[in-house]
Design a protein around this ligand. Structure first.
Ligand SMILES: Cc1ncc(COP(=O)(O)O)c(C=O)c1O
Length: 472
């Protein structure tokens, strides 16, 4: 059977690739810490579940295509409170921020078009853009520069006659970077001057840790035709399973075009919209408490990172991820070449103590029985810090440095700098870890054609997508 060239160009989500292995481990009763997907462990506010319980309509009917009125009102009120006035006719409720992205991108992009996105970026952007037939022109950023991308020359260098839009996540996933008001304005100015859409994915807006107020693109005046905001209840209210988000624009042509899609897909879930509207009744104390918790985890993580020589990272200012550069080239590590040919199979695994298998530690491809140099060097590793889970650093400070951890060192403690301050894990705890590493939307040519083997790891020697660690 033939498949569309567009879908053939897409890859599977790197965040989800390990799910089957994780499920397998879970079935065996292993405790898993998912460090890979953006699923907060903070309780969803009770208001959501109350609203579900109180839902008493005799027929579970379609909602209006633009959204149930109370959900639209909730969004409008929320933006009103942050000085970003919008009307009910500027909001379309969607099945998560994911659908909001798909709608916005497919209204804007055509075959052959380009969209500018700072990299590293949320990898699903790549899928959504590819499905339109357009391509991403990345602005490459580095931790040394705190992932700064709002630099006029660099942005303008990416603009050509095919460019239609600029998209960024603010606060950034996976970089944790946030834009200042000045930077936001600069990006909006560039978009306006070049007649481009500027799409702000603001799903992490509440999670900023330095006390600063994160500005929304919708707070800027004078860019009504250009600005599109993607929003969602998933992260904000720890309600990923609700699948409710929205696309917001003051550009009425875009709104009208997006409405065609919304009518085509009929509506987002009625009951989830009603319950998600109730989430917006939580007060600022909810966000204060959640921010405090994430900040404590962020700080713990950063303290841990500071102790590791050679790692490159930028303290995340927002969202709940950190991306860490190992800061080394393959050549720095004796035997690293062997990694390229290394066959990772779950049944062989990386077996410590015959019980433990360690997938990826911070961009290192695990520890191996008997001291092989079974690690990989990865430019960047992303971890979230919202899990009660952990990042594992070995107590000798060498960061999971492969060969010390097999063989005779099976009793090594694993020191967790993770996400709950003070948490400490030992091998004997029989824990399993699913880890997620790097390759978040880097678009460098060198990654093209990178292979993913059955274990879901990219073994081309330049990056790793995922690691999984569990007890066999
Ligand atoms: C940057 C970014 N945008 C959008 C989404 C989509 O979220 P949802 O569809 O759950 O609203 C995510 C999820 O991780 C994300 O990280």
């Amino acid at each position: 059977m033939k498949f569309s060239s567009k879908i053939e160009k897409c890859g599977l989500s790197p965040m989800r690739k390990f799910a089957p292995y994780a499920n397998e481990a879970a079935k065996k009763g292993k405790k898993l810490y998912h460090l890979n997907i953006g699923q907060p462990d903070i309780a969803t506010p009770a208001a959501y579940f109350e609203a579900v319980k109180n839902f008493s309509q005799p027929v579970l009917a379609y909602a209006p295509s633009d959204g149930v009125p109370e959900m639209i009102d909730a969004v409008v009120n929320y933006y009103g409170k942050i000085d970003a006035p919008i009307t009910n006719k500027q909001v379309l409720i969607t099945t998560g921020g994911s659908e909001a992205l798909q709608i916005a991108l497919s209204c804007i992009l055509d075959e052959g078009d380009e969209i500018i996105i700072p990299e590293p970026f949320y990898p699903n952007y790549s899928t959504f853009v590819t499905l339109t037939g357009a391509t991403i022109r990345p602005i490459t950023t580095t931790p040394e520069e705190n992932y700064k991308f709002a630099i006029r020359e660099r942005v303008e260098a990416c603009i050509n006659e095919h460019t239609r839009a600029i998209l960024f996540t603010n606060p950034g996933n996976p970089t944790g970077t946030i834009l200042t008001e000045e930077e936001l304005r600069l990006m909006a100015d560039i978009a306006k001057e070049h007649n481009l859409f500027i799409i702000g994915d603001e799903v992490y807006r509440e999670f900023v840790y330095g006390g600063e107020k994160l500005m929304s693109l919708l707070q800027l005046e004078g860019y009504e035709d250009n600005v599109v905001v993607i929003d969602s209840v998933s992260k904000r209210f720890s309600a990923c399973g609700a699948r409710i988000g929205c696309v917001i624009t003051r550009n009425s042509d875009l709104y009208n075009n997006a409405m065609k899609w919304c009518q085509g897909r009929l509506c987002a879930s009625t009951i989830d919209q009603v319950a998600s509207a109730a989430l917006y009744t939580v007060g600022p104390e909810y966000f204060d408490a959640v921010r405090k918790e994430y900040k404590a985890r962020r700080d713990t993580l950063v303290e841990g990172l500071k102790k590791i020589p050679g790692v490159i990272y930028s303290e995340p200012k927002g969202a709940f991820y950190v991306i860490v550069g190992i800061g080394s080239s393959k050549a720095d590590y004796d035997g690293a070449e062997t990694v390229i040919a290394y066959k990772l199979k779950p049944e062989i695994g990386y077996n410590l103590n015959e019980k433990w298998a360690i997938g990826v530690e911070f961009g290192w491809m695990g520890a191996n029985k008997g001291g092989d140099k079974a690690f990989e060097i990865n430019p960047y590793a992303r971890y979230n810090f919202f899990e009660t889970g952990i990042l594992k650093l070995f107590v000798d400070g060498s960061l999971g440095y492969g060969h010390e951890y097999g063989g005779n060192n099976v009793d090594h403690d694993i020191f967790s700098i993770g996400l709950k301050p003070g948490m400490e894990i030992k091998l004997a705890d029989h824990l399993s870890f699913e880890t997620h590493v790097g390759f978040l939307g880097y678009q460098h040519d060198k990654y093209e054609g990178a292979k993913v083997n059955s274990f879901g790891l990219d073994l081309d020697g330049t990056n790793i997508i995922f690691g999984l660690c569990y007890e066999f």
